[in-house]
Write a protein that binds this ligand. Structure first.
Ligand SMILES: O=C(O)CCC(=O)N[C@@H](C(=O)O)c1ccccc1
Length: 366
């Protein structure tokens, strides 16, 4: 396929409710979409970088700049989707920007060939169990109301954002109110230090599935030390930036479970390699989320259908974050989302809806 160019589409999507994590509160998501135009078909990619470099070093304006000046021009010669990462390797970092570009080229290729993302990645299921991520709330009562609502919607796993001062109490309250059968895990987004080990061990009696990324993303040794002091399995998110990083973290005993986010590791092809490395070591994985629209959500659901994804992921319904998605919405059915079966991502933006939320577009000729 010959890449003619990429359209950068900046959209603004208000969240149905503020989403608070240990690194900040989001009320509106500014998202960079990529529409790759090739001689065969067009393909879509969604960059998961946030507005501000708070989750990782990437941010929306930076992603747009590196795509405009370096990444899209690097594909001028025309490469297959499997050739995108090698063609971009000389540029350091910017994994989320690279992931969006590779996804758009892969989507175009698959649509032209009439093959689905799930089939390309090696999906073995037609629907995936959905968990939900619950932000830090203003009170325990507000938290319990939110969790009650999600359980009523059918979510099969609850993930609570935690931070110092909001950890043991919320977990205890959810266990007391909803019982021990609810699949429950916590996500600290790097908010603790290895000196907090004794405090975090207070979570052990609550039979959590895992504690996600308690320490700094670069503190592999600290996570290994912490894992030896906790009964709750340690799961890594921010630390796992590639298949190699996954192999190293597992070898050092820094994690027993891995959250796979394609944007964080540079794309869905690298995400499959992370899956394969974890599967080779018997390490369960689950699909993380970055508040994606239906475009990124479609790709994540396809990835979550691979055999090693044995834990419910943050693959929530569209309505968890957006009143109205830019694609046909993903809707929970018996706690599951259906894996799209159409060519490529299997979904595409609804033109009128996309126009409503678009704040800027820019054409970059390859
Ligand atoms: O369900 C989702 O899409 C979001 C899941 C979630 O909690 N994402 C968190 C995370 O740290 O994993 C996040 C939110 C916003 C920005 C970055 C990360």
């Amino acid at each position: 396929l010959k890449l003619e160019g990429v359209e950068l589409i900046r959209i603004r999507m208000p969240l149905v409710a503020p989403f608070r994590t240990s690194f900040g509160t989001e009320t509106t998501r500014e998202i960079l979409l990529l529409r790759a135009v090739t001689n065969g078909a067009e393909g879509w990619g969604e960059c998961v970088a946030m507005n501000d470099p708070l989750y990782s070093s990437e941010y929306v304006d930076g992603a747009a700049d590196v795509l405009r000046r370096f990444l899209v021009p690097a594909l001028r010669t025309g490469v297959p989707a499997t050739g995108v990462a090698p063609a971009l390797a000389r540029f350091k970092g910017h994994r989320m920007a690279k992931a969006a570009l590779e996804t758009a080229v892969l989507d175009a290729e698959l649509r032209a060939e009439g093959r689905s993302f799930g089939r390309e990645l090696g999906a073995v299921r037609e629907r995936v169990p959905s968990g939900v991520s619950v932000g830090i709330m203003s009170s325990i009562d507000a938290l319990l109301d939110a969790v009650a609502g999600y359980l009523a919607e059918g979510y099969l796993r609850i993930k609570l954002k935690i931070e110092p001062g909001w950890d043991v109490e919320p977990v205890r309250a959810v266990r007391e109110r909803f019982g021990d059968a609810v699949l429950l895990q916590v996500d600290a987004n790097t908010a603790y230090t290895v000196g907090d080990a004794r405090h975090l061990a207070k979570l052990d009696p609550f039979d959590l599935l895992l504690i996600e990324q308690p320490l700094d993303e670069e503190d592999v040794r600290g996570h290994a030390a912490l894992a030896r002091q906790l009964r709750t399995p340690v799961c890594l998110d921010e630390s796992i930036v590639s298949a190699r990083a996954a192999a190293d973290a597992i070898a050092f005993g820094a994690c027993a479970i891995v959250n796979i986010k394609p944007g964080r590791v540079g794309g869905y092809l690298e995400a499959r390699r992370v899956h394969d490395v974890c599967a080779a070591h018997g390490v369960p994985v689950w699909a993380g989320g970055m508040l994606e629209t239906g475009l990124g959500r479609a790709a994540n659901v396809a990835l979550a259908a691979l055999p090693g994804f044995t834990l419910p992921g943050d693959t929530s319904a569209s309505g968890r974050y957006y009143r109205e998605d830019i694609t046909e919405p993903f809707v929970l059915v018996d706690g599951h989302l259906a894996v799209p079966s159409g060519p490529g991502l299997g979904v595409a933006p609804l033109p009128d809806r996309l126009a409503e939320v678009t704040v800027a577009t820019e054409w970059i000729a390859a």
